[in-house]
Write a protein that binds this ligand. Structure first.
Ligand SMILES: Nc1ncnc2c1ncn2[C@@H]1O[C@H](COP(=O)(O)OP(=O)(O)OP(=O)(O)O)[C@@H](O)[C@H]1O
Ligand SMILES: [Mg+2]
Length: 243
């Protein structure tokens, strides 16, 4: 097991602290190594909140998130920074690339703090760029790239460190359907090659049905979507480990 989210709750205070909105309510999730899931749910249901908690960008009020057997709450700030950098690849709805850096420099940002030999890092970066059709434009800056090219760059940046878990928050939200499908194919292809697990927040049933399982977030809880939708749910019924 890669990740166990154990009965987590998260509330936000209103602007003046008078009312409290409980976004996640004792919700749980189990993710195996390499497992790819989609999370759907209405706007405001807490999908981004959930990704932020799993990626240790924020912390639950109650409950525990356990990654590779270690609770995130027991880690020091330094260990958490290492966890975010080495184990997690983030992809956001808009690409979050640094505008003053070239595409090549952008994808190297996550690897610079590491101590992997530069030669190996550059070779891997070059391979990924060639594989994603970005090699020829690697010296351009995000402002000189199309939306699809920026999101592909964001996928490469998320995968450059071979993370064990990729967290993608509506990664195709700003793309037309052709570019969206291309991006998801790329994400799944590269992620499968690297055996990365994935949590992909998406409104698209087409994208969700390409994942192993589909969850819906509603009323603060994650529930498996009706059988027959995710890839693993189309075949023989599988034991629902997290029921
Ligand atoms: N930092 C914050 N402070 C206060 N309230 C917040 C904060 N972040 C999120 N919220 C509230 O928590 C709820 C869940 O937000 P979240 O961004 O997780 O939803 P979401 O499911 O990702 O929505 P969308 O599909 O629109 O992206 C919303 O009502 C939002 O207003
Ligand atoms: Mg969101």
């Amino acid at each position: 097991m890669l990740l166990r989210v154990n009965d987590i709750s998260k509330s936000y205070k209103s602007r003046f602290g008078r009312t409290i909105r409980e976004v996640l309510r004792e919700t749980s999730l189990v993710l195996e190594k390499g497992e790819k899931i989609a999370v759907a749910g209405p706007s405001g249901s807490g999908k981004t909140t959930l990704l932020n908690l799993i990626g240790a960008l924020d912390f639950p009020d109650q409950g525990e998130i356990i990654f590779n057997g270690k609770p995130l709450s027991g880690m020091t700030a330094k260990q958490l920074a290492g966890f975010r950098n080495r184990e997690i690849g983030f992809i956001f709805q808009s690409h979050h690339l640094l505008p003053q850096l070239t595409l090549w420099e952008n994808i190297l940002v996550p690897v610079l703090p590491g101590n992997e030999p530069r030669k190996l890092v550059y070779r891997r970066a070059a391979e990924l760029l060639k594989e994603t059709g970005l090699w020829e434009i690697r010296h351009q800056k995000p402002g000189e790239l199309s939306g699809g090219e920026c999101q592909r760059t964001a996928v490469v940046r998320a995968l450059i460190n071979r993370p064990s878990l990729v967290l993608a928050d509506e990664p195709t939200g700003s793309l037309d359907s052709e570019n969206a499908n291309m991006l998801i194919d790329l994400l799944v292809r590269l992620g499968t090659k690297e055996e990365s697990a994935m949590v992909v927040v998406t409104h698209s049933m087409e994208i969700a049905s390409g994942m192993d399982k589909i969850y819906n977030l509603g009323s603060g809880k994650l529930k498996r979507a009706v059988p027959g939708q995710g890839r693993k749910e189309q075949g023989a019924p599988e034991q629902d480990k997290d029921a």
